[in-house]
Design a protein around this ligand. Structure first.
Ligand code: NAI
Ligand code: 15L
Length: 264
């Protein structure tokens, strides 16, 4: 790739992926509304708000691929979600349409299906059961991406990330954990495969306790290598055993199902 755009590059995953993906592209364009660390040798930085259509148009110009991590990543008041995840998504897809349709990896979330019970195994076609406004906004993002694929041939990987962090830290994450290395190898597979389309991909490592079935995207060639199970004893030693009625062990979205509707 000549130029890979990473949005949300000042965030938790952006900061990690910025380093891991350096070999993927000649130049990495990093963007966020928050300040970014200064650019390295094969990097450039552009600060912009996803809600600013003209700025997003310029941001996307000249990019061959987009890792879209930018936006609100937890339950927040609707006004914040509206800017980052609704307006921001529309601006990004319009900018992509005007700039040669670079392939997009959209960081969706397990909170699109958070109200499913943990004993249910899901494939890509399970109806949405979002667990909050954040989850609803990611359902919007997935639907928008699908529409741009059907209407304009815009390719997007709809990656429903579980819990992408250095290691799982509670019982639920034994099922939802996605290691940083497995996410990086997924990103590489998504941008390397000759034809992508617009598939849902579950973003979880090869966890023994996993709930999500990626058999429908085996053609992608992505084979996660990590398994949260190796952390089970550590979690048992460090965290209290949840009661059976606790959302953490009842719902796939865990504690997000208990969030209220936050007001400004
Ligand atoms: P984060 O909250 O650390 O990073 C998101 C970044 O987006 C922040 O740096 C923020 O400043 C930026 N941002 C927010 N609104 C913006 C706007 N209007 N314009 C420009 N930039 C804006 O989140 P994290 O953990 O790095 O996640 C990245 C993406 O992956 C998010 O879209 C999140 O929803 C998704 N995701 C992450 C999971 C995880 O386990 N880390 C799980 C599921 C989904
Ligand atoms: C998400 O969507 C959040 O962005 C992340 O911070 C985690 O809380 C994750 O889901 C999760 O479900 O563990």
């Amino acid at each position: 790739m000549e130029r890979l755009l990473i949005t949300g590059a000042a965030g938790q995953l952006g900061r990690v992926m910025r380093k891991k993906l350096a070999p993927l592209a000649t130049l990495i364009r990093l963007s966020d509304r928050s300040p970014l660390d200064p650019p390295g040798e094969n990097e450039e930085c552009i600060q912009c708000d996803l809600a600013d259509a003209a700025a997003v148009h310029d941001l996307v110009a000249g990019c061959d691929a987009i890792l879209h991590l930018g936006g609100i990543s937890v339950e927040r008041p609707f006004s914040e979600i509206l800017d980052g995840n609704i307006l921001g998504l529309y601006n990004l897809y319009e900018a992509a349409r005007a700039n040669g349709r670079p392939r997009i990896l959209f960081a969706s979330t397990n909170h699109t299906i958070g109200f499913y019970p943990q004993n249910e195994r899901l494939g890509p076609n399970a109806p949405y059961r979002p667990d909050g406004l954040y989850g609803v906004s990611k359902c919007f993002g997935e639907a928008l991406a699908r529409m741009y694929f059907e209407k304009f041939g815009q390719e997007t990987a709809l990656v429903r990330i579980g819990s992408c962090m250095p290691e799982p830290t509670n019982y639920r994450m034994l099922s939802t954990w996605l290691s940083h290395d497995d996410f990086a190898s997924m990103i590489e597979a998504v941008f390397r495969v000759p034809v992508l389309g617009c598939p849902v991909i579950w973003g979880a490592s090869a966890n023994d306790a996993g709930w999500w079935d990626n058999a429908h995207v085996s053609w992608l060639g992505w084979r996660p290598k990590d398994n949260a199970e190796v952390f089970r004893e550590k979690i048992a030693a460090n965290t209290p055993k949840p009661k059976p009625e606790d959302s953490l062990v009842r719902f796939q979205g865990g504690a997000f199902v208990d969030d209220p509707i936050f007001k400004d």
